[in-house]
Design a protein around this ligand. Structure first.
Ligand SMILES: [Zn+2]
Length: 137
């Protein structure tokens, strides 16, 4: 079943893999952590870490690839990002369009496009809970 989950999420993972390769070309490091490829640091990581809102962020997950500004930030947000990994495994090739449409829908309703997005709400809920099944140890 895990192989199917990786295959189903592969279209999203490929987007992440392309971005990961660009980050690695600019000095980022990659490693396999809890079933996902974590990429952090390098020139792009430093640039994103210093970017003003809304362009700056700690990490972004695309399928089984998690791009983070630093190893420390990846540790801090790992539980949240792994919820997005699981979401990509459930939604497969529809994850990115569904995520974008969910954000747009929230915006059209006058809500916050990021924080009120149901995918983010699920991730933040998991992040605030003590260890659970949806959160890797
Ligand atoms: Zn998130």
């Amino acid at each position: 079943m895990r192989v199917l989950a990786y295959l189903w999420a592969l279209p999203t993972t490929l987007v992440g893999a392309v971005l990961a390769l660009v980050c690695v070309a600019f000095g980022a490091r990659a490693r396999w952590v809890q079933g996902a490829c974590e990429v952090h640091g390098g020139g792009i990581g430093r640039l994103v870490a210093r970017a003003p809102a809304p362009f700056g962020f700690s990490a972004i997950t695309l399928g089984h690839v998690i791009l983070g500004v630093s190893a420390a930030e990846l540790r801090r947000v790992r539980r949240h990002e792994h919820v997005h990994v699981r979401q990509a495994e459930v939604w497969g090739p529809f994850f990115l369009p569904a995520y974008v449409l969910a954000s747009l829908w929230q915006g059209l309703r006058g809500r916050r496009m990021y924080l009120d997005n149901p995918f983010e709400r699920q991730a933040y809920r998991a992040e605030s809970r003590p260890d659970r099944k949806s959160a890797p140890p």
